[in-house]
Ligand binder design. Structure first.
Ligand SMILES: [Fe+2]
Length: 309
């Protein structure tokens, strides 16, 4: 995993107006499977907000699992409403709303080459220790995988994630794997078939689902062949012990107070240890890329010799 470290001085210089080419280069590095690493996060969180986020977990596991913030509905989920006083839920809601807006503001400037051809997706707060979590295989974060959303197909749009390690003293430990094309090649030469345009059977199923009104309820019928493949790839990677054992691994520790961003639908990644991380997701139009041919939908369409979305 090439990690491109961006110091506060470099960032300031690039954003000052003279760094247009530098920002395009960083976007290209990101699109090629690199990680952009900010040792000092460019999205500052007020100390009082940090205290609330860190304090809840320390004083009784009130925030019992990942907390999600859905900006388009201004909705917060995942806070244990039974054991958390209403005022705390409100406080966390306000903090997540502010955080989401701050990241959006920063990236509107930083990702200028994309000209805002992206959609602000969910933000999350991950207060649990990642090491030793007891989860079913497909939900494990410590196994290398590429991201795909089971209920929200992206139809070829890219999944860009901005992270922030808010732990005051501990690193967040990641491992990444081989580049996307290489990993896909490994799986498609084995048990995972390359994606194909809709089969006749799927078309019949979709027609039926549409006619009966089920299409709106069943996520699979909203998926394109691209989405189907990306979901299968996510599962196949996590379920393949041989792959997990022998694939190339690169380790990186993200410092307390740092941020990083990466296209997680193409960079195989896993979290080995760490606690207290914030994250904001964006779905980015593949046509907005500085290097459009690097988008996974283009890579797969080239391999399959067919349109997949
Ligand atoms: Fe992931």
């Amino acid at each position: 995993m090439p990690v491109h470290t961006i110091s506060p001085e470099e960032l300031k210089g690039a954003l000052a107006g003279t760094g247009e080419q530098q920002i395009r280069d960083w976007c290209a590095a990101l699109e090629a499977g690199g990680v952009l690493y900010f040792p000092q996060t460019p999205v500052r969180i007020p100390p009082a907000d940090l205290d609330v986020l860190l304090g809840q977990q320390q004083t009784g596991s009130r925030l019992h699992k990942n907390i999600a913030y859905k900006p388009h509905r201004d909705e917060l989920t995942g806070v244990d409403a039974k054991s958390s006083p209403g005022a705390v839920v409100e406080q966390v809601h306000d903090i997540m709303r502010r955080y989401s807006k701050s990241v959006e503001g920063f990236l509107a400037e930083f990702l200028a080459p994309y000209q805002e051809r992206w959609v602000l997706d969910y933000a999350s707060y991950r207060p649990l220790e990642e090491q030793g979590r007891d989860l079913p295989v497909r939900r494990r974060n410590d196994l290398l995988h590429t991201d795909a959303f089971p209920t929200r197909p992206t139809r070829g749009w890219r999944i860009l994630r901005f992270f922030h390690n808010i732990h005051p003293t501990r690193t967040r430990d990641w491992v990444t794997g081989d580049p996307f094309g290489k990993v896909v090649g490994k799986f498609t030469s084995g048990k995972l078939p390359l994606p194909r345009p809709d089969s006749a059977l799927t078309k019949v199923g979709k027609g039926l689902a549409k006619a009966t009104g089920l299409a709106a309820l069943v996520p699979q019928w909203k998926r394109t062949p691209y989405d189907e493949f990306m979901m299968q790839l996510h599962n196949a990677m996590k379920e393949d012990d041989g792959f997990q054992g022998v694939c190339t691994k690169e380790y990186f520790q993200f410092a307390p107070g740092s941020s990083w961003m990466v296209y997680t639908e193409t960079v195989p990644h896993a979290v080995l240890a760490g606690q207290y991380a914030l994250e904001q997701t964006f779905l980015v139009d593949p046509r907005a890329m500085v290097t459009p041919e690097s988008a996974p939908v283009r890579v797969l369409e080239k391999m399959a010799g067919a349109r997949l979305v």
